[in-house]
Every structure is written in C-alpha cells, then in structure tokens.
Design a protein around this ligand. Structure first.
Ligand SMILES: Nc1ncnc2c1ncn2[C@@H]1O[C@H](COP(=O)(O)OP(=O)(O)OP(=O)(O)O)[C@@H](O)[C@H]1O
Length: 768
C-alpha cells in the first residue's frame, strides 16, 4: 500500500501520534518499509506491513483532523466519511490503511464504544488489576464496575465486513459469525482449552507460586492496617511477635516489597505464557488454513478467517493465562478474606452475608441486560463500519459515480441506529452505576452502624473494625472477579471451539505426501478428461461440466474457447486440483490425478492467470516465488529477458524494484510479463495460460506473444482464450458451450466448418 503523509498537523505535534515513528522528517507507522523519500515536500511513500488491529484502531481514532478533513471523533463519523469520500484517491490510500479491514465487535477503546458490561468489569486490568478497594466507595461492591474502558476486554469478536451475500455462508461460517455468546459449558471443551496451555506448565506453575505469595501479602494488608490503627490510637496495643513499633514497620515494608516483587514476576510470567500460547496458536492456525482446499475458501469469508487468526487466538491465549490467574487470585482472596472476617467477627460477617449477596445478584442480572444492549450496539456498529469499509475500498467507483452524498446518507442512518442504542445503554449504565454505588454505600453504612456499636461496647477495636471493612471490600471485589472469570472462560471456550474447528479440519484435497501418493518420472504431459462431471461446492446444483471427455497429447498447445462463463477457467482449476470432479477422472499420463502427490503435481504446472497476482516484494522476489532451493540473480535476469521484461532495467532499482502490494506499481502488461518470467523460471511440464480479458495495447500484446513463445516450446500448454484470434497458433482447439465440448480441431479446421460453433463465435467477436 502506498503511504502518503502530508499533514502539517502531524508534523507539528509528534507527541499526539505516538503510534508513528519520526524518520527523516516524516512519520511512519511501526513496521513500515519505506523508500524513495520525495524531496522538498514532507511526503513519504512507503510500504506498510501488517500492523496489529488494535494498533490500527488506535491509529484511526487518533488521526490528525487535517488528514480527515474533519474531527476524527467517532461521534462525528458521518463527517469523517463525508470528508474522506472527497479526498483525492492518493490521500485516501493513507486513510484506508488506518481503517480496520474488519469490524471489532467487542473491542473499542475510549469514545462511545466503551462496552464493558458491569458484570465483566472485574476482569479489567488483568495483570495490573491490583484494584483492591482501599476506600469504601461503590467499587467495593461485587459486580460494580469502576472502569468503562473496553481496552482490556479480551473478548472482542471481529466480524467480517466482506460483501459476500449471506446465502453463500456455510454452517461453519455462520457458527463463526454467531460468536462466543452461544457457547455452552462443556467439560470436553474446557479440557481441550486447557490442553492448549499444557506446554506452558512450567511458566504457569511459577506464576501460580508467585500468585500465592503476592495474594498472601495482599490479604495481610487489611490486617496490618487495623494493627497500625490500633497501635497509633491506643498505647495498650503492641505490635505482634514482640516487635517494637519501628521493627514492625520495617518488617511490614519488607513484606510488602516481597509481595510487589512476586506480583511483578507473576504478571511477567502470565503474560509470557499468554503470548507464547497465542504465537503457537496463530502459527498452527495459519498453516492449517493454507492447507485447506480452495472449495473451503469459496465457502468462507476471508474476514472471518482473519478474525479467528487475529482475535480468537488472543481470546484463547488470554483466557488460559490472564483469566485463570485472575480467577485463582479472586478465589484465594475471597476464601482468605471470608475466613479472616469470620475470625474477627462472626456476627458482623453474618450480617454482611445477609446484605451483599442479594445486591450482587441484582447487579449481575441488571449487568447482563446492559451487556445485551452493548452487544446490540456493537452489532449495529459493525453494520455501519461495513458501509465505510466497502465504500472506502471502492472509492474510485464512488467518486466516479458521484455518489458521495448518497453514501453519506446511508452511513448516517447506520450511525444513527448505533447512536440510539448507545444512548439507551448509557442511560441504563448510568442507573446501574448510581444504584450500585448507593447500594454499596448503604451496605457499608449498615455495617458501620452495627460495627460501631460493637466498638463502643468493647467487642471490637477500631483497628479490627477497619480491617473488617477492608476485608469486606476485598471479598466483594474478588466475587466480582469470579463472575467475570466464568464469562471469560466461556468466551475462551467459544473461541477455542472455533479454532479447533479449523485446526482439526482435514482438507478435502490432502497434500498427498503419504506413501501411497505417486510421483511420475518421467512426466510426459498427456492430459485426459474422462467423463468428467463437476459442480462448484458452493453451487452443487448447477453442473459446470457434464460428462466432459477429451485427451491432449504431450507437447500440444491447446486453446480452450467458448462464451464467457462456460467453464474455461474451471478446466484450469480442475487441472491444478483446486477441486475434484464429482464424477469421472482426470488423468495425467494415464494416472488418476487423485493418486498423484499433490505438491509434486502442482510443482509441474505453471500458471499465468488473467490478472496475475504479484506479492508485495521486489521483482526478483516475485519471479523466484514458489521455487524450491537456491535461485541465482542470473537465473532471474535470464527469465526476465525471456519474458521480454526489458522495462525492469529502466526502473530505479532494476530487479530489486519494489512492486507494491499486489504489484500495484506495475502496469497490467508488465505484471503479466513478470508472471510469465515467474512461470519460465519454474521450467514447468505443463503451462496454463489464462489470457487477459482486458485488451492490451498492440505493443504489449506483441511482447506478450513473444514472451509466451519462449514458454510454450516443448510443453503441454492450455491457453484459455478470450480473444479467439489468439488461438491461430494453437495445435488444437477445444470449444465449449454450456459446459459441453461442442467442437474440437485446429483453427483452420474449425473455421472451415460452414455453420460451426467456433466459426460463429469468431464472427461474433469480430463484429462486436
Ligand atoms: N468459485 C466458484 N464458485 C462457484 N461458481 C463458480 C466459481 N468460479 C466460477 N464459477 C461459475 O462457474 C461458471 C464457469 O466459470 P469459469 O470461470 O470457468 O468461466 P469462463 O469460461 O472461464 O468465463 P470467462 O471467459 O468469463 O472468464 C460460471 O458460471 C461461474 O459463475
């Protein structure tokens, strides 16, 4: 992607944009590869590598106003869209980078998207959540949230914004879409989830030991405070263990320092284990994804898969580490706190147990409703973001049709429904926080009343009452943590279920490196379609081929002709074994394709497709793509010469010129010739050339023909022809009509047929 940063605002206020790095007078996001800085103007062109989504989001919400045209505030989303739809396309590319390609469903930082439901709030802070209430405010009440930022919410579900119509979704995709909210508890799922953390057992064991230590220190704070109050307020109370007051304070200090060290260690180890789990899961998942057959990708939304890779892995990693650590901590603290309370005053503890649980239950039920509202808001937000993503990624069409105002109208409607839901949520949340705070304070007042009475009658010291109240607050906080622990584990189970669906999925077309798979040596290249019937997995009802049979001798240049949509490219897809036919057999040198080692077979084929895909990298890297083993620069240059890629020498960095994402900085004809060089260097036995549908200019067409002639010599070649005149030099033409082979023969033979199908097609093309 091209990056163009022109904003003086950005250049003047570096501290406002911490996500950008200052380099050579320009800011670039982390992970940016950059080149060719342009002189005189503060402009930089660069290549962006992937940046974690949360960072993109941070970037988006911090975009400089001048870049956006208006305020970047999400509450003024329509203004933002209005501004961006009118930006020149180049500036727009910069913005597009910062917009997520997926919609966060539960993870929004700051602004109106704060979506933490009250009963989740205990999970906030995770490692750093030493938020043990030290004051008697509402935060000490179970299930009472003190934070409204969702930044740490690990439960976000990213949604695809791909425009794929829902009707094409499979059960698998739908399941992913439903997210984790429908997860049911199951021991098997929990066990599988826990197995993912097994390799980290040493680190986690260390973390749990440190957790024990730090929790012990934490839980002695109220006791120590009560003691201190008694020591300073009455001369009759002495420090425990026969220590002098000075020694007691020093011992307490040392105790706290060791607790802090243990806590730091615990946080580090937990994070380390979490990140290791996430790293392992991501790698496993990506490798499993790449091994799936093409039919699988036809049925899935790319956005969902990316979301599983980016988001579900994080949810699982965190639920296994952070959540378990937090849950254990809450459990220990609740248990220890209650025991201490009973020890200090069974009467007061009884009263507390009579008041707090009903408040907690009410808070949890109400909190759930708010979470439901929050979920609805997120869904609506997802819908609105879909509009933005689709329109921004097709900005050329929007501007060419001058539909900016219409699009803003569509977006305004969506944003408005987000606003209405968010308003409702805000109102309910306001009542919740107010009510919960009041209930908490009333409970504390009740206990102060009873406890104060006991102090006056000499049943308790002031210090003991203080300790007791602090323990109440601690226990309340811990219970709140426990409720969120359960919901986080459920989300982890939901996310891991979706991950296991992918990890466990056996590709319908396996790689075939088993002992039974065959390698043909030598390969001659005779290709036979024997009564082949085929329908795409997403449209099983409509057969593309019915009983298709033909044979191609080794070294033949075959042209495949036919009207658009008759299945020409499908032949190529079947040859590459992207799909298997439902009936019939495709044979190579007499051997069923299904018996061949798939990796070996695909290495024997080179394809030059209609719109060749180049990857973000240099020309040399693209030419060498897919080659096994070492490749020299001389080989690359030779292939480029054969493919008539003379233009490469004119480029500033020659073969090391960076071609941009999907080869965006090369013309269509240049891309095709680089793709031909990529095919030449592979030295394939079989070549599939899918002719470009878009017309090339005559010079380009001539160069292409020349390049191809170097490639076709001595190989079995399938040319999928869109312009029939290019088939003159083929040895054999297969003419398809509605998936059936209607004519075969040489060009001149077919043109001689008085009312032949091919001849009619030719004439039609010539006159249109
Ligand atoms: N992945 C897919 N899933 C479902 N249907 C598909 C898929 N790819 C192609 N089709 C359908 O299969 C039919 C044949 O498509 P194919 O791409 O082979 O045609 P073609 O002859 O190469 O067309 P063109 O000349 O326009 O490129 C079309 O009706 C198309 O809509």
């Amino acid at each position: 992607m091209q990056l163009v940063i022109m904003s003086p605002t950005l250049l003047q206020s570096p501290s406002r944009f911490p996500f950008l790095t200052w380099r050579s007078g320009c800011f670039i996001p982390p992970g940016t590869r950059w080149h060719s800085p342009q002189p005189r103007i503060p402009l930089l062109q660069g290549q962006l590598s992937r940046t974690p989504f949360h960072r993109l989001h941070t970037c988006r919400s911090s975009l400089p106003p001048r870049c956006l045209g208006r305020s970047p505030s999400v509450t003024r989303g329509t203004d933002l869209l209005h501004g961006t739809l009118r930006q020149p396309v180049r500036t727009f590319r910069f913005l597009a980078y910062f917009l997520p390609s997926r919609v966060p469903q539960g993870q929004r930082s700051g602004s109106t998207q704060a979506t933490v439901s009250p009963d989740q709030a205990g999970a906030h802070g995770h490692d750093s959540h030493q938020q043990h209430p030290t004051s008697t405010d509402a935060s000490s009440v179970p299930a009472v949230a003190t934070s409204t930022t969702a930044e740490h919410n690990p439960t976000a579900t990213l949604r695809s914004t791909s425009p794929t119509p829902p009707s094409t979704l499979t059960q698998e995709a739908k399941k992913a879409e439903q997210g984790s909210t429908l997860t049911k508890f199951s021991w098997t799922a929990l066990r599988r989830l826990v197995t993912l953390a097994r390799p980290e057992y040493k680190i986690l064991g260390g973390a749990v030991s440190l957790l024990l230590l730090s929790s012990t220190v934490t839980m002695s704070v109220p006791f120590a405070m009560g003691k201190i109050i008694d020591i300073v307020s009455s001369t009759s109370t002495n420090p425990p263990f026969g220590l002098s007051p000075a020694q007691f304070f020093m011992a307490l200090g040392a105790f706290f320092v060791s607790g802090a060290l243990a806590n730091s260690g615990r946080v580090y180890l937990i994070r380390l284990a979490g990140e290791r789990v996430i790293r392992r899961l991501r790698t496993l998942l990506f490798s499993s994804l790449l091994r799936q057959e093409i039919g699988f990708f036809d049925q899935q939304r790319t956005g969902d898969l990316v979301s599983r890779l980016a988001n579900d892995t994080t949810v699982v990693g965190k639920s296994l580490t952070h959540n378990i650590s937090d849950g254990l901590r809450s459990l220990m603290m609740a248990g220890a706190g209650l025991s201490m309370m009973f020890y200090m005053s069974p009467t007061l503890t009884g009263i507390m147990l009579g008041i707090v649980p009903p408040i907690s239950i009410a808070a949890i039920v109400y909190g759930r409703y708010i979470r439901h509202l929050s979920h609805q808001t997120q869904t609506a937000l997802g819908e609105s973001t879909k509009v933005v993503e689709e329109r921004l990624s097709n900005i050329r069409t929007v501007q060419a049709f001058v539909t900016e105002d219409k699009e803003v109208g569509v977006y305004r409607e969506r944003v408005d429904s987000v606003f209405q839901l968010a308003k409702k949520e805000a109102m309910y949340s306001a009542f919740f926080f107010g009510g919960a705070g009041l209930a908490g304070n009333l409970a504390i007042m009740a206990m102060l009343g009873v406890g104060g009475n006991m102090v006056m009658q000499g049943g308790l010291t002031v210090g003991e009452l203080t300790s007791f109240l602090l323990y109440t607050a601690y226990v309340g906080g811990s219970l709140s943590g426990l409720t969120s622990f359960y919901s986080e584990i459920m989300k982890g189970m939901g996310a891991s279920g979706r991950l296991f669906d992918l990890l466990d999925r056996t590709p319908m077309i396996p790689r075939g490196t088993s002992d039974s798979s065959t390698v043909l040596a030598p390969l001659h290249g005779r290709v036979t379609f024997d009564h082949v019937s085929f329908a795409y997995p997403t449209r099983t009802q409509s057969e593309i081929f019915h009983d298709l049979s033909f044979a191609v001798a080794p070294g033949t240049v075959v042209g495949i002709a036919g009207a658009s949509g008759t299945g020409k490219s499908t032949i190529a897809a079947l040859l590459l074994r992207f799909y298997d036919p439902q009936r019939g057999t495709i044979r190579v040198d007499g051997v069923d394709l299904r018996e061949l080692d798939l990796e070996w077979w695909r290495r024997q084929i080179a394809t030059v497709s209609q719109e060749p895909v180049l990857f973000a990298g240099t020309i040399a890297e693209n030419v060498a793509y897919g080659l096994v083993g070492e490749v020299t620069e001389a080989q690359i240059r030779e292939a480029l010469v054969q493919a008539h890629c003379g233009f490469v020498e004119q480029l500033p960095d020659g073969i090391h010129t960076y071609v941009g994402e999907r080869g965006v900085s090369l013309s269509g004809g240049q891309k095709q010739r680089v793709a031909i060089a990529r095919a030449i260097i592979k030295n394939p036995h079989i070549l599939i050339f899918d002719e470009a549908t878009s017309a090339l200019d005559s010079e380009n067409e001539h160069l292409m023909k020349e390049a191809l002639s170097s490639l076709t010599r001595g190989r079995t070649v399938f040319t999928i022809a869109h312009r029939l005149s290019t088939l003159k030099s083929t040895d054999l033409i297969l003419c398809l009509d509605q998936g059936e082979l209607v004519e075969t023969g040489t060009f001149s033979h077919l043109m001689e047929k008085p009312d032949g199908y091919f001849k009619r097609l030719m004439e039609y093309q010539m006159h249109h």
